[in-house]
Design a protein around this ligand. Structure first.
Ligand SMILES: *Cc1c(COP(=O)(O)O)cnc(C)c1O
Length: 363
């Protein structure tokens, strides 16, 4: 008996997502691709109608991305370890968001909860899947309102999306609040950690063994600098990962992306260097912006962008555009009146952006 290492079910907190996997998905026969039906060594592959002429990409990619997951489990593993069957990979984390909705939310019946202002894809994906999206705005410190979320949730609430550090506000969600939501929310709690590489020590990965309803999203698109290859990572219980594997397009991460991702993940030094540089620039830019008369407020950020409230956001945005600098105008978003979201670039790019903002005051 393996009672020492394996936690018994009663030690694990949070609602069990397996109780609300959609019936059609529970009952379906997953697609089995040619390479899945054979494992072992062979010299001649005549099973998948591929071209026999070797050009590096004539074969289908590994549909289970095993080598890449091996590396991710080492890079992302915490003290308790992260096994490869707790990892699911998507064509960007946007694909994972969609697959979670498809697996766990019955269209026209179930609902999800989001906490705006936050990342836009949760509600878009919900609309596409005909799933009701309930909004419980973050409080004045951009923290989740736990009581309100729990009272808005009902027996058909399947997923709560939280984002930490949050896009576009840049702050980390309070740990105690998240813990309480994990314990009491009646569905899955997704922690979108797209920016967590800029906030070392803030990932919830080490809580996966404690909560069976915790699903973590990370990505190679931001700190890792690989937005173009579209690799999103999902860390969850082996059961949730299994469900996602059943419904994913068989070859959702192509071989060039898998290859490039492995090379990049092996260069952790470059990640650390870039993160350090970006975070240094972020603080320098924050201080410099704060003393400009046109700038009302710059929020603290644990990500690679700053949320900035200015005197006239739309006008400033258009002035920057006219001069070849594009930032994100968030001023039409509720509770973000007169706000721009500015990504941190290189020192030269940031200087140019700040020169323009300073010069716009004198117009
Ligand atoms: C950028 C971003 C993503 C998108 O990640 P991809 O892996 O590029 O799809 C997900 N969540 C948040 C909060 C983001 O800001």
């Amino acid at each position: 008996m393996d009672t020492e290492n394996k936690k018994s079910r009663s030690d694990i907190l949070g609602v069990d997502p397996m109780t609300f996997v959609r019936d059609n998905i529970k009952n379906m026969e997953p697609y089995s691709c040619a390479r899945d039906e054979f494992s072992g060594d062979a010299d001649i592959f005549l099973d998948a109608n591929e071209s026999p002429y070797d050009n590096g990409v004539n074969r289908y990619p590994d549909s289970s991305q095993q080598q890449l997951k091996d590396i991710i489990s080492v890079v992302k593993g915490c003290e308790g370890g992260l096994s490869t069957d707790q990892i699911f990979l998507g064509n960007g984390s946007d694909e994972v968001i969609d697959l979670l909705l498809r697996a766990f939310c019955e269209p026209a019946q179930d609902n999800i909860i989001i906490c705006p202002p936050t990342y836009g894809m949760y509600s878009v994906s919900a609309s596409i899947n005909n799933v009701e999206c309930r909004k419980v705005p973050l409080d004045e410190d951009f923290q989740p309102r736990v009581e309100t979320i729990l009272s808005v949730a009902d027996s058909r609430s399947r997923i709560l999306f939280l984002c930490s550090p949050n896009n576009p506000t840049g702050n980390i969600m309070d740990n105690q609040k998240v813990d309480r939501l994990l314990r009491e929310f009646p569905g899955i709690v997704v922690m979108d950690e797209a920016y967590v590489d800029f906030a070392p020590g803030c990932s919830m990965v080490d809580k996966l063994d404690k909560y069976c309803n915790l699903v973590i999203l990370q990505t190679l698109s931001k700190a890792w600098g690989m937005a173009g290859i579209r690799v999103g990572m999902c860390f969850a219980s082996t059961e949730v990962v299994e469900v996602l594997n059943r419904i994913k397009p068989p070859y959702n991460v192509n071989s060039l992306s898998q290859q490039r991702a492995m090379e990049t993940l092996n260069d952790k030094k470059q990640l650390t260097d870039h993160v350090q540089e970006i975070c240094g620039e972020r603080e320098r830019v924050k201080k410099a912006l704060e003393i400009l008369p046109l700038v009302d407020k710059v929020w603290l950020s644990q990500a690679n962008f700053l949320l900035v409230r200015v005197k006239n956001a739309r006008e400033l945005y258009l002035y920057l555009v006219k001069n070849g600098v594009i930032v994100r105008d968030r001023s039409t978003v509720k509770s973000l009146e007169q706000c721009l979201r500015i990504s941190i670039g290189t020192k030269e790019q940031n200087d140019r952006m700040m020169e323009l903002i300073a010069s716009s005051c004198k117009l």
